[in-house]
Design a protein around this ligand. Sequence first.
Ligand code: ADP
Ligand code: MG
Length: 282
Amino acid sequence: MKGKVDLEGCDEKCDGHQLTSDARHSGKVIEVEGLTVVRSGQTVIQNASFVVHAGDYIGMVGPNGGGKTTILKAVLGVIPFVSGRVRLFGHDLRHFKDWGRIAYLSQNAIAFDEQFPLSVRELVSLGRLTRKRMGRPLGREDRKTVEGTLKYMGISDLAKKRIGQLSGGQKQRVVLAKALVRDPSILILDEPVSGVDSQTQERFYKLLSDLNLERKMTILMVSHDLAAVFCRMSHMICVNRLVRTSPITDHFDPNPILKETYGEHFQFAYHQHQCKGEFKDG
Ligand SMILES: Nc1ncnc2c1ncn2[C@@H]1O[C@H](COP(=O)(O)OP(=O)(O)O)[C@@H](O)[C@H]1O
Ligand SMILES: [Mg+2]
């Protein structure tokens, strides 16, 4: 990922959907260029540009109301933007169809009613449905994938339980399993760890790190947990109407960019060596 959109070798032929080859984009899976979003007459995102590369693990941070959810929804085509351009896997958003490659966990994804009628297995199985196969029963391969994912997420023993009976951390794993069961290449999560205890958070972060490292999944996560972002992730995107991006390296001082995002008074004490042991990776 780079702070600015970088379209090497791109000339007038790179207009819109003509730019369709993944190879030409050399691993760029999300490209945002000059994006401006207006909601209820207010400019919520202004001229944002960034690139996400395959394999990145990105923390999106910024104050409440800064526009994090808005920018994700604009990138996913859920809300319109007034100017700018978005490409997914090299395809202009307007022509992109391969939505199975992108999983999105919305903010409050675990806010199920206690009476929610589905079991864990049933809910996760819904993740296998595509528009084409809506209404048809799952095949053997689908069922195998569902069971494999339940196992990977450590929730096989909960398969028959109703969602409403689960703890916050268990629900978190279930909604993540539903997202993963389609084997996406990009996982986008909007504040997935709020409302659970710190140990559950750590286990969740560990799972995400494994997905990133072992399955090479690209992850973009909105989080208020700056320590987790700096200890675990490869890049950060700061959002407060304006959007700033940076790789997270060993000698990286996040404070200048955080001050731009949160205000001059903001100070974040962070030392790379403190990360060791902060999360129990066992
Ligand atoms: N549905 C909506 N209609 C109009 N404005 C909205 C809507 N949702 C959010 N906003 C506004 O957009 C701005 C950014 O909100 P949001 O993207 O939710 O921020 P964040 O996710 O960083 O907390 C806020 O000023 C918020 O009031
Ligand atoms: Mg939000």
